[in-house]
Write a protein that binds this ligand. Structure first.
Ligand SMILES: [Zn+2]
Length: 211
């Protein structure tokens, strides 16, 4: 269904994009055993090349919250609902200590044994913005971190200055879920659909007058 906004652009009510660039056709529904919480930086909300909404629409049961500083009670509830164990999709970084971040607890192999007890927490933002979210929300600093292993080169070539080893939020999350659920096949349809999304966005990039 399409609703008209004050700007006279037709907005798709599902993906919240202008109808012309609606991404609903790229939604490929998959039901992860791991619960997924996406924390989106406000600057990503209207980024046409962002992938968090497509990810959220594709992952059954996932939730998406937008903000930079979250209310600690809300965040606590999102992280620990249903007694799941949250892990943060974020690499160990050498400057953690110099920034005064709390040292992340180790990721114990035992907690990875049962994906249905896990929650993957994903930060959607540029490197700087996701770092800021981590800095501003101490509850996130207390989460064990999940580093990605053996990640293929990114298909995500539409964002400026995007290196081939910098993954989109959607790709990084799919690879993390594959790793946690030890299942490569399950997420291939979503990654395939994502390539269609990239091609669509890529074609818009070169269109005159397109924002
Ligand atoms: Zn749509």
């Amino acid at each position: 269904m399409i609703s008209n906004t004050g700007t006279k652009r037709l907005i798709c009510q599902y993906c919240l994009r202008p109808q012309r660039t609606c991404i609903c056709q790229w939604v490929s529904t998959v039901a992860p055993a791991v619960d997924v919480v996406i924390l989106q930086h406000p600057m990503e909300v209207n980024n046409a090349k962002g992938t968090a909404r497509l990810l959220h629409m594709s992952l059954a049961g996932s939730s998406l919250h937008t903000g930079e500083v979250f209310n600690a009670d809300d965040l606590q509830a999102w992280l620990y609902a249903d007694a799941r164990m949250p892990v943060l999709l974020y690499p160990e970084t050498p400057d953690d200590k110099s920034l005064g971040l709390i040292s992340a607890p180790p990721l114990l192999p035992a907690i990875l044994e049962n994906p249905s007890q896990l929650r993957l927490v994903v930060l959607d933002g540029t490197w700087r913005k996701s770092r800021k979210m981590l800095y501003l929300n101490p509850l996130l600093q207390k989460l064990p971190r999940l580093p990605l292993q053996d990640v293929p080169a990114s298909q995500y070539l539409i964002r400026k200055a995007h290196g081939e080893h910098q993954l989109s939020t959607l790709e990084a999350s799919c690879y993390a879920l594959m790793q946690l659920e030890r299942d490569e096949e399950k997420y291939q349809p979503l990654l395939q659909a994502f390539r269609g999304f990239v091609a669509q966005q890529g074609s818009y990039v070169h269109m005159p007058g397109e924002v």
